[in-house]
Write a protein that binds this ligand. Structure first.
Ligand code: GLA
Length: 388
């Protein structure tokens, strides 16, 4: 669907639900991270691209003080609350991500809002459907309420909605990707000083494709596991006397963590993932600076997966199987993406090998007793913007 059609579809659905066209329609994408996983809350680097899959928000102001939210993807789950009554966790579910953003600027939105949401970012697949919704709504509020918010402020508003309202203690990767990514590029972001660079990422010109494979699993420990990893990283940093693991110069400097206790050994592994992963981001970016996408970045992706699996322990057997099968079928490299404990993997493949690799992974899943993964080719796409 073209962006224009998507915008019109949201506007028409808005008119059907609320009567009258919306004041505007805003769009924001999901993401995959090429490399740099679990580095963002450690002050490290990340390298996401925006997906062509987006969330659209058709929005109008209202004058009765209410926030009315409707999603075409959750037709039986409208939310209707007074803006003044918004509080973390209420409403919950899909509506909480949109409400959380309104809550951030509630002082500026006493009049209320009607919001119709439509989108095609697969939910629960580790592709940041929640950040896409937050960012589309944040952009709408900036324009409609005339808020003085730059791109970095939009990222913060959206991220605080996720942290404070929806209660997920994430870093800034997902919202930064959704707001800041541009077509044809990967976003090289330093999460400590927030400086960023658009790195050309023209896979097609190199005869390559980035395949996304959704394992279809989400572990019920995902949220608590993520919080545990954050705390372990903070503890490791505290024991090393640094504010953020980003400040650790190299792996040798982590030796002090391995004090012979199981806890020390675990913190050492967690920190080793962060330090080596950050170095992998810099290596991949260095390789991309040649202007082309070299096949040599593939093995760095696979190393990143091994590190997430063995040192950070956030992978699951089905994601490991996915990566193994993809690489065995000729992928240059593959890794799980996002927070882990389920979700999707990416594989860097020759453009003409997409079908063969997809089939090999589906075969392997069948042998594991799992349904074939949903898959698509990720093209680096545009970040959040107004559609109409
Ligand atoms: C989730 C979080 C991000 C980031 C990744 C792991 O997607 O929302 O902030 O920490 O996990 O890289």
């Amino acid at each position: 669907m073209t962006a224009e059609r998507a915008g019109n579809r949201a506007a028409e659905a808005f008119a059907e639900r609320f009567g009258g066209l919306p004041e505007g329609v805003w769009v924001a994408p999901g993401r995959v991270n090429v490399i740099g996983e679990h580095t963002d809350y450690n002050g490290g680097h990340v390298l996401p691209i925006a997906l062509p899959h987006t969330t659209r928000a058709a929005v109008s102001r209202r004058d009765d003080g209410r926030l009315v939210l409707r999603s075409l993807q959750h037709p039986d789950d409208d939310a209707d609350v007074a803006v003044a009554d918004l509080e973390p966790g209420t409403p919950s579910g899909w509506a909480g991500y949109a409400a959380g953003v309104v809550h951030q600027v509630a002082g500026s939105a006493p009049g209320g809002l009607s919001v119709l949401v439509d989108g095609d970012v697969p939910a629960g697949a580790g592709l940041s459907s929640s950040a896409a919704l937050e960012c589309a709504v944040a952009l709408a509020l900036r324009d409609l309420l005339d808020l003085d918010l730059g791109p970095g402020d939009l990222v913060d508003v959206a991220r605080r909605a996720e942290n404070d309202f929806a209660g997920a203690p994430t870093g800034i990767l997902d919202q930064s990707a959704s707001v800041l990514c541009t077509e044809g590029h990967a976003l090289f972001l330093d999460t400590r000083d927030r400086s960023s660079e658009q790195v050309p990422f023209d896979l097609a010109a190199a005869g390559l494709a980035l395949l996304v494979l959704d394992s279809g699993t989400t572990h019920h420990h995902a949220a608590s596991g993520y919080g545990d990893r954050r705390r372990e990283c903070e503890e490791a940093a505290a024991r090393l006397g640094v504010d953020l693991l980003r400040e650790v110069p190299d792996v040798a400097a982590l030796d002090a963590l391995a004090d012979g206790t199981p806890e020390g050994g675990r913190l050492h592994r967690r920190a080793r993932h962060v330090v080596t992963e950050d170095a992998r981001v810099l290596q991949v970016v260095g390789a991309l600076r040649s202007g082309a996408v070299p096949r040599s970045i593939g093995p760095l992706l696979t190393e990143g997966h091994a590190s997430l699996r063995d040192d950070f322990e956030v992978s699951v057997p089905l994601l490991d199987a996915c990566v193994e099968a993809a690489v065995a079928a000729g992928a240059h490299g593959a890794r799980m993406v996002g927070g882990g404990f389920g979700g999707s993997a990416i594989a860097l493949v020759e453009a003409d090998a997409v079908d063969a690799v997809t089939a090999a992974v589906a075969d392997r899943f069948a042998r594991e007793g799992a349904p074939a993964p949903r898959s698509f080719v990720a093209v680096p796409s545009a970040g959040a913007r107004r559609l109409r």
